[in-house]
Design a binder for this molecule. Structure first.
Ligand SMILES: Nc1ncnc2c1ncn2[C@@H]1O[C@H](COP(=O)(O)OP(=O)(O)OP(=O)(O)O)[C@@H](O)[C@H]1O
Ligand SMILES: [Mg+2]
Length: 263
């Protein structure tokens, strides 16, 4: 059984940063496992924080866009197996790193209906995901993807918040919407990012209220401090995955990773 986990929260709260820290933990401690990272943010930052060569052509939306164009132009031979074509193209755009594979969803390109292609895609991605033990998704900010239910196969949800009212409100809305659209997460993990001591009990209270109201398995798993090395790496364009292992933010993420990921 694979474990599928997505990370969500308000814009700019640190989703991709925390994703990178948790992926660093996975790369170090789950070397015997097959790991798939999915970058579900149209603004795609995962390759950068993981220190990979970024290639804009390597995204699922590019591949589906090109296929759609070919279908519309009628340039495919009769009886052409579009599903097989898509499958081959997806293998070509997969980044294969030493410790994990990475798939970038990319930005929706062109207008019109992708329903046919999206169905083909689902038939390819579902069996592909079965090849992995852990699938970890970095999502775009906000809530829209929840109502589109792009996360329907996700088992557990991480919600990141900073010490802002909007961050807390977005956390509440994410939980509410997930219940409204009947997404059944077996666990909601809450992470406070850039947190001071004073804000911790406020978050704990908000999460206890959510637990009472929605009768869900939800808990604050920890807090990541504001960290100078993370700031400087971001400014200099240096990969977060290369943070030293004694970095305090990484050490906190390591404690969380130990509880979140199942061997
Ligand atoms: N703990 C931290 N210490 C220092 N800087 C941080 C920390 N967490 C996040 N940042 C910085 O905050 C900014 C936003 O972080 P990040 O890109 O991870 O947020 P996000 O939630 O993924 O944003 P988006 O909604 O755009 O995807 C980045 O510049 C990042 O370096
Ligand atoms: Mg992000």
């Amino acid at each position: 059984m694979s474990q599928t986990i997505a990370i969500s929260g308000k814009g700019g709260v640190g989703k991709t940063t925390i994703a990178a820290l948790l992926i660093k933990y996975l790369a170090k401690h789950f070397t015997d496992r097959d790991i798939l990272i999915i970058d579900g943010d149209p603004a795609s930052n995962i390759p950068e924080v993981l220190g990979m060569e970024t290639d804009l052509d390597k995204s699922i939306s590019r591949v589906t866009y090109h296929l759609k164009q070919k279908i519309e132009k009628g340039s495919l031979p009769p009886g052409y197996d579009k599903g097989l074509h898509l499958q081959n193209e997806i293998y070509k755009i997969m980044y294969e790193e030493d410790d994990y594979d990475v798939l970038v969803l990319g930005r929706g390109e062109g207008k019109g209906c992708y329903c046919f292609i999206n169905n083909l895609l689902k038939n390819i991605l579902d069996p592909l995901e079965e090849n992995y033990d852990i699938i970890f998704l970095d999502m775009e900010a906000g809530l829209e993807h929840f109502s589109r239910r792009t996360d329907r196969d996700v088992d557990e949800l991480i919600i990141v918040t900073d010490m802002s009212r909007m961050g807390f409100n977005t956390m509440d809305r994410i939980v509410e919407i997930s219940k409204e659209v009947h997404l059944t997460f077996s666990k909601y993990w809450i992470i406070g990012n850039r947190f001071d001591e004073e804000a911790k009990p406020i978050l704990a209270k908000r999460v206890a209220d959510l637990k009472d109201k929605f009768k869900i398995d939800i808990e604050v798993i920890g807090h990541i401090p504001q960290n100078k090395d993370i700031t400087m790496r971001n400014l200099n364009g240096d990969a977060l995955i290369d943070l030293p292992e004694d970095n305090p933010a990484y050490l906190e993420a390591e404690k969380m990773g130990k509880r979140i990921f199942k061997h």
